[in-house]
Design a protein around this ligand. Structure first.
Ligand code: B12
Ligand code: SF4
Ligand code: SF4
Length: 274
């Protein structure tokens, strides 16, 4: 049944893991958040949603060009939750994507969905790393397919070599150096941070480590319309001119690059002009 439900929701792969197996990856704070949502968590289902839409020039990272994945993934997982709630009366099912206390990459990896990339990202051939992850948390002890985690990626080192910030360490990027983080940072930047952003071709996100990965050499295209149509590939100063916070939200609120408001985008564009 779950195979059909996840396929109908547009997931390219899904799996499940007993909640206790995620405990080693949860901080006390994250565990408290999980238990506030679901007092006796038993199972976490994880799913992957492809987003690669082909090679198109632009100054926004590939992940941020379609509809905001937070909304898309939760909307799609909700269809699975509704069917499960009918099947398991009295149980609750909580979908989430990204802004979740659950370690999504670990959940997806333990559930057997894909390889653990040295880039810090989960790899799902033929989509490569270009998949968003989402989870469903529940107190129901669901029967899960028996799958072992896939092996680690071959550790070819291409992602590390391609990182212009020298941010890639043994366990994924050092967040304090990562350009994806820097493009999203609010407020004043140091001179060194400004120089790093000036040299970065994108005004939101960063794709260098992903583009270098051999699993992303010819990624399959996303079959999901939210990530393959109505794309915003680039933003220019003129697109943001005169927008207040409110009108910016009206125009771009449904996009993943909008969550910090227009400030960081204007600043990043300004740095390119200097
Ligand atoms: C905070 C965050 C960021 C931060 C920090 C990223 C990081 N690597 O920790 C910043 C802003 C830099 C960021 C950048 C990006 N992110 Co991000 N991010 C998150 C978020 C919200 C939480 C991650 C986190 O803080 N985890 C907890 C900390 C404590 O983990 P950690 O200890 O630092 O790291 C451990 C693990 O990473 C583990 N590990 C190392 N490598 C790997 C690989 C795998 C597969 C596994 C299982 C574990 C693992 O070892 C580390 C030490 O124990 C997750 C969503 C979520 N709720 O999980 C998305 C998430 C990881 N991000 C995602 C994406 C798409 C991106 C970007 C590609 C966006 C972009 N193009 O700019 C980049 C990629 C940068 C990179 N190479 O990792 C996707 C990844 C999808 C995938 N295929 O794996 C996620 C899962 C969101 C989603 N719902 O789809 N992100
Ligand atoms: S997202 Fe960019 S800066 Fe961050 S680790 Fe990957 S290549 Fe380096
Ligand atoms: S570039 Fe190489 S080392 Fe990095 S994630 Fe891809 S396969 Fe692994």
């Amino acid at each position: 049944m779950l195979d059909k439900l996840f396929a109908a929701a547009g997931a390219a792969a899904w799996g499940g893991v007993a909640f206790r197996r995620l405990l080693p990856f949860l901080s006390t704070e994250a565990l408290e958040k999980v238990e506030a949502l679901c007092p006796r968590p038993k199972t976490v289902l994880a799913a992957a949603f492809p987003y690669y839409a082909g090679e198109r020039p632009g100054n926004l990272s590939l992940y941020a060009r379609g509809e905001d994945y937070h909304a898309v993934v939760v909307r799609r997982l909700n269809t699975v939750c509704e069917a499960l709630a009918e099947q398991y009366p009295g149980e609750s099912f909580f979908p989430s994507a990204d802004n979740s206390p659950l370690p999504e990459r670990e959940a997806a990896w333990l559930a057997g969905i894909g390889l653990r990339g040295a880039s810090g990202l989960l790899i799902l051939p033929p989509y490569g790393t270009y998949v968003f992850l989402g989870t469903i948390l529940t107190g129901a002890a669901l029967e899960l397919p028996e799958r072992s985690p896939a092996p680690d990626c071959p550790r070819c080192g291409a992602c590390r070599a391609a990182c212009p910030a020298g941010a890639m360490g043994e366990g994924g990027p050092d967040v304090s150096r990562c350009l994806s983080e820097l493009t999203q940072k609010k407020g004043a930047l140091t001179g060194e941070e400004e120089a790093r952003l000036k040299a970065h071709p994108l005004i939101w996100g960063c794709d260098f480590c992903q583009r270098a990965c051999p699993f992303n050499a010819a990624p399959a295209l996303s079959p999901l319309p939210e990530f393959s149509t109505d794309l915003v590939d680039s933003l220019e100063n003129a697109d943001l001119e005169g927008l207040t916070n409110r009108t910016f939200r009206e125009k771009y609120g449904g996009r993943a690059f909008a969550w910090r408001g227009p400030g960081p985008l204007r600043r990043n564009l300004e740095l390119k002009r200097e």
